[in-house]
Design a protein around this ligand. Structure first.
Ligand code: CA
Length: 239
């Protein structure tokens, strides 16, 4: 057993570790979509005179749109946004995203990783704050035969969303496994916080512009630079 897994079991006081399910975040993990989201957020916020940087976009990644807008309102005005302004800003952000994201591509090597895990008989989930209506179609187009409708947690399923543990706790319950039988692949500090708070073994893949420490600070069990290095470590870690 890998020492990282041994540490994880000891720290959490779990009876064992036996991988049965892997929960994938979407933006920045399955799709290389974060550069487009970040640009779109910066433009939309600035259109409404709210200061917002690319770094802010990556630090807030994983929050729902409404909660991201509230955070920035709190910073500037010390109160949350009204519903109408929130919807306007979010609509603007979605417009920009749709303009920018025409060349959306999967993250390098993630399809290979998904196929390896699927072939091992593991349950594969997507756990995302995204509110795309045709998400499964998009996933099927890029990653055929990996995802299933009942193995998805999206913005439509949750009340609070990341960074609360709620989405990952829901994934555990839907998968019918314990916290010591699943692992999470996340790229964002708040996504990592959500997974760690849910008690899961959390793999941070730093696919964005943040410093490794900014992911480490949220308690990920391991941080890797890309999917290829995770594929190379799979056997030592889990199998
Ligand atoms: Ca993400």
């Amino acid at each position: 057993m890998h020492w990282l897994i041994k540490n994880f079991i000891r720290q959490r006081n779990y009876p064992n570790f036996e991988l049965k399910a892997v929960f994938f975040d979407m933006d920045g993990i399955l799709f290389d979509s974060m550069p487009f989201h970040a640009e779109a957020w910066v433009k939309a916020m600035n259109d409404f005179d709210l200061p917002f940087s690319l770094h802010d976009a990556y630090m807030n990644e994983g929050r729902t749109g409404g909660s991201t807008i509230d955070e920035m309102f709190l910073k500037k005005y010390n109160l949350t946004s009204d519903q109408q302004t929130k919807q306007k800003i979010y609509a603007k952000k979605s417009d920009y995203f749709n303009q920018y994201s025409t060349g959306l591509k999967p993250i390098d090597d993630v399809f290979e990783l998904l196929k390896i895990l699927k072939n091992k008989g593991l349950q594969i989930f997507v756990v995302t704050g995204s509110a795309q209506v045709s998400l499964l179609d998009t996933l099927d187009r890029h990653f055929p035969d990996i995802f299933e409708r009942e193995k998805m947690i999206t913005a439509f399923d949750v009340k609070i969303g990341k960074p609360a543990p709620e989405p990952y706790l829901m994934a555990l319950s839907k998968a019918g496994v314990e916290a010591w039988q699943a692992a999470v692949v996340e790229n964002a500090p708040l996504g990592i916080r959500s997974a760690v708070t849910a008690g899961l073994f959390t793999i941070g893949i730093n696919t964005g512009i943040l410093k490794t420490e900014e992911l480490e600070n949220e308690g990920a069990n391991i941080i890797l630079p890309n999917m290829k290095s995770l594929i190379e470590r799979l056997d030592g870690l889990f199998f």
